[in-house]
Design a protein around this ligand. Structure first.
Ligand code: PMP
Length: 443
């Protein structure tokens, strides 16, 4: 009997070793890590430069409590993150994961409001669907019923607006009127709440697990920034999944030239080598809070030198090998190969994403975007078929009512075009079996 317990009920083999985009179980079976775990292992597994940097740091020190010491890796990593972030985002606060980064962002925003005479601002508007983390504060922002339902009585209900799922609403992604249409929902929500009570708006610039790599329509990001400014509402970007280079730029917001007030990053930032995350904030926000006595928040393991040394080595590896460029280039190849699948399978309703954060949506019929029956558990089936082929992909059910299914195909940023061929061969074998198994229910 195993004494471990996880969410997954599927029996999984024991991992033995991993290198590059490949992973091997204890019986020697090889898998392609086609989802970088949960969009984490951005530079692949067992990177020698990162492991060497970690070993070197381990020989010096592995922990120094943040109230007792600054650390050299921490200083250097903060400087590197600030240099990679857009102008104005210059203060970095380390944490050990995505939920911690989101909690930190929201608490910094709130403390800033309190110290600047805006204590009536506390509401954080988010989107539906969305995922912002598993702790109770982050869950209050999360628009994803299966994860929030059991905990509702224990949570503060934060207002939600619909995520801009233009492809489902039959709207033109390229028309700025589409972006304006969805952004107007934020303005309406701010007005309904009372503008003076709204602290912040939080969004994933390129969506993650809850929406399947949702990309905003033309004009949306600019309009959101304008509306936030109009009402003095802080814009928080949850880049826990999209940040760190995966989308081809350091931050997802960079794709549209949008500068938020606070950003949360994690996942690919530690890249599977260490638990690491960060909140990156506007300098004046942090200075106001510090001048009033300091940020009343922190986590014990935050900014430990081993985690920071690994995070620094990950960013150096990305820079040295132009992995953001590779994510953009090879991601475009992978995306067009996924789009080609739409000719072969009528049940692929949409292909979307940026860089190496890509997904396709499974529907009963693309012409009507009719969702697959939930009881079919299409996403589970496809993931298991791919797994049997030795390809790991990641999937979730989305849409209001969760009748839709999407599959994230997000290999590490080091993936080559030849490896895209390998991924596609396995994926097509899984999709063919899926089509045969559900022939009656699919277009
Ligand atoms: N925000 C987003 C956008 C995420 O994708 C995740 C993790 N899936 C989180 C927050 C929470 O991160 P963690 O699991 O590291 O707490």
């Amino acid at each position: 009997m195993s004494h471990l317990f996880y969410l997954s009920t599927a029996a999984r083999p024991v991992l033995n070793r991993a290198e590059g985009i490949y992973m091997w179980d204890r019986d020697g079976r090889r898998f392609i890590d086609g989802s970088s775990g949960a969009m984490v292992s951005n530079i692949g597994h067992s990177n020698p430069a990162v492991l060497a940097a970690m070993r070197a740091q381990m020989d010096k020190s592995t922990f120094g409590y943040r109230l007792h010491f600054e650390t050299e890796p921490g200083e250097r990593l903060a400087a590197k993150v600030a240099a990679l972030s857009p102008a104005g985002l210059e203060k970095v606060f380390f944490v050990s994961g995505g939920s911690e980064a989101v909690e930190s962002a929201v608490k910094l925003a709130r403390q800033w409001a309190v110290v600047t005479g805006q204590a009536q601002r506390w509401k954080v508007i988010s989107r539906f669907p969305s995922y912002h983390g598993s702790t109770l504060g982050a869950l209050s922002l999360t628009g994803y019923d299966p994860l929030t339902d059991p905990f509702l009585p224990m949570m503060v209900q934060m207002p939600k607006i619909p995520a801009p799922r233009a492809y489902l609403d039959g709207l033109d992604m390229e028309d700025p009127a589409t972006g304006a249409h969805y952004a107007a929902m934020l303005e309406a929500q701010i007005l309904a709440e009372g503008p003076g009570s709204v602290l912040a708006f939080i969004q994933e610039p390129v969506g993650g697990a809850s929406t399947g790599a949702l990309v905003p329509p033309a004009g949306y990001m600019q309009a959101i920034r304008t509306i936030c400014d109009r009402y003095g509402v802080l814009l928080i970007h949850d880049e826990v999944m999209s940040g760190g280079g995966r989308v081809g730029t350091f931050l997802g917001g960079d794709l549209w030239g949008i500068i938020p007030d606070i950003v949360a990053i994690s996942k690919g930032f530690g890249a599977g080598y260490v638990p690491l995350g960060a909140m990156v904030a506007r300098g004046d926000i942090v200075e106001a809070v510090q001048a009033a006595g300091g940020f009343v928040h922190g986590h014990t393991y935050a900014g430990n030198p081993l985690a920071c040394a690994a995070g620094l080595a990950v960013l150096e590896e990305i820079g040295r090998n132009d992995l953001m460029g590779n994510a953009a280039r090879v991601g475009a190849v992978l995306k067009s190969r996924l789009k080609n699948l739409m000719q072969r399978y009528g049940f692929i309703g949409d292909v979307r994403g940026e860089g190496m954060l890509l997904a396709f949506e499974l529907v009963a019929d693309r012409a009507t975007m009719t969702p697959l029956p939930p009881a079919m558990k299409a996403f589970d089936t496809l993931v298991e078929l791919a797994y049997a082929e030795g390809l790991i992909v990641y999937s979730r059910r989305t849409r209001g009512g969760y009748a839709g299914d999407h599959v994230l195909v997000c290999p590490p940023m080091i993936t080559t075009e030849a490896q895209v061929d390998e991924i596609m061969d396995k994926l097509i074998r899984a999709l063919d079996q899926f089509a045969a198994a559900h022939a009656g229910a699919l277009a």
